[in-house]
Write a protein that binds this ligand. Structure first.
Ligand SMILES: Nc1ncnc2c1ncn2[C@@H]1O[C@H](COP(=O)(O)OP(=O)(O)OP(=O)(O)O)[C@@H](O)[C@H]1O
Length: 293
């Protein structure tokens, strides 16, 4: 457990647009060095929350602290310590990738090494290409490089792999893992549950401006709102499947019956719900129960 103050602390955050309450009193904290995923259906309030943390939107109520500072103050100090992937590469159409990264680096007090950042963003082969000649996915990588060059402590990644081909997506995942290895804190929003499962230490599932569940992708399935799936092959060779909250009695009966017949239970598996199962169960219900771990 880290003893440092969390990188992000959100307490009873609220945001209304006119009469519409888009964020309705959410609480969460992101520890330093953690990759935290914000998941939720369209219109859940993810972008609103992230943009309040980035200092781009004003909150209606609640308290927010980012690296110990209030993002609503839009201080220069916070801007230098936070990396935000914007479409900044659009400003650099007539220079090479390397020149763009080097120029952006000159705006920070202690930037990272240009070559290192180009490598981290997977842009080595394109470093001498003009920015205007990059594909959409390559331009996103350059945006990523520009977000990292100031050596930020905290990086906001809003749907970082949308529009990427599968290989570029895997490469972006590797990059995000390297950020964690460097000790950076990452707040990630994504619609891809496999991405959250692969990258996030913890996720919050948000819907209609409220957090429905928060925990590690593996542990979220343990809550009482979700069920485990038990499958096995019966004595006739047919695959059987049951869902239950506690498989102890079922497994006891299955193994007991099999042993009484002098057989073993074949192909017995007990599967926890995946993050996708939990997500779909929680976000489908009209009045979902609050689950947490
Ligand atoms: N500037 C705005 N003015 C009025 N309503 C807004 C504004 N921005 C967002 N909203 C509304 O607030 C709610 C939350 O929107 P938000 O963009 O935060 O959701 P999201 O979870 O990021 O969705 P998506 O996954 O579609 O990006 C939605 O109902 C949206 O219509």
């Amino acid at each position: 457990m880290s003893t440092a103050a969390p990188a992000i602390e959100v307490s009873d955050l609220r945001k209304s647009y006119g009469t519409h309450e888009a964020v309705r009193g959410i609480d969460f904290a992101v520890e330093r060095g953690e990759v935290f995923g914000l998941l939720g259906p369209n219109g859940a309030g993810k972008t609103t929350t992230v943009e309040i943390l980035e200092g781009y939107r004003e909150r209606t109520g609640g308290d927010v602290s980012v690296l110990g500072l209030d993002p609503g103050q839009r201080s220069r100090e916070l801007r230098e310590r936070v990396g935000i992937v914007l479409q900044s590469s659009g400003m650099y159409r007539f220079v090479t990738c390397r020149e763009a990264v080097a120029h952006w680096a000159s705006m920070y007090p202690s930037p990272r090494d240009v070559d290192e950042v180009i490598a981290l963003a997977g842009l080595q082969e394109k470093q001498d290409s003009y920015v205007r000649a990059l594909s959409g996915g390559q331009a996103r990588r350059l945006d990523f490089a520009l977000a990292l060059i100031g050596d930020p402590e905290l990086i906001f990644l809003d749907e970082p792999t949308t529009g990427f081909d599968p290989a570029a997506r895997r490469q972006a995942w590797d990059t995000i893992r390297s950020l964690r290895d460097l000790g950076k804190t990452v707040l990630l929003t994504t619609h891809y549950l496999d991405e959250a499962q692969a990258l996030a230490d913890r996720v919050a599932i948000i819907k209609d401006g409220r957090i429905l569940a928060i925990g590690s992708p593996g542990e979220l399935g343990v809550g009482s709102a979700t069920r485990v799936r038990v499958s096995w092959r019966d004595e006739h060779g047919a695959v059987q499947e049951r869902e239950c909250t506690d498989p102890t009695q079922l497994v006891h009966d299955l193994t007991g019956d099999a042993l009484a017949r002098g057989e073993s239970v074949t192909d017995l598996t007990i599967t926890r719900p995946s993050l996708e199962d939990v997500y779909l169960e929680l976000t489908a219900a009209d009045e979902p129960e609050v689950a947490g771990v």
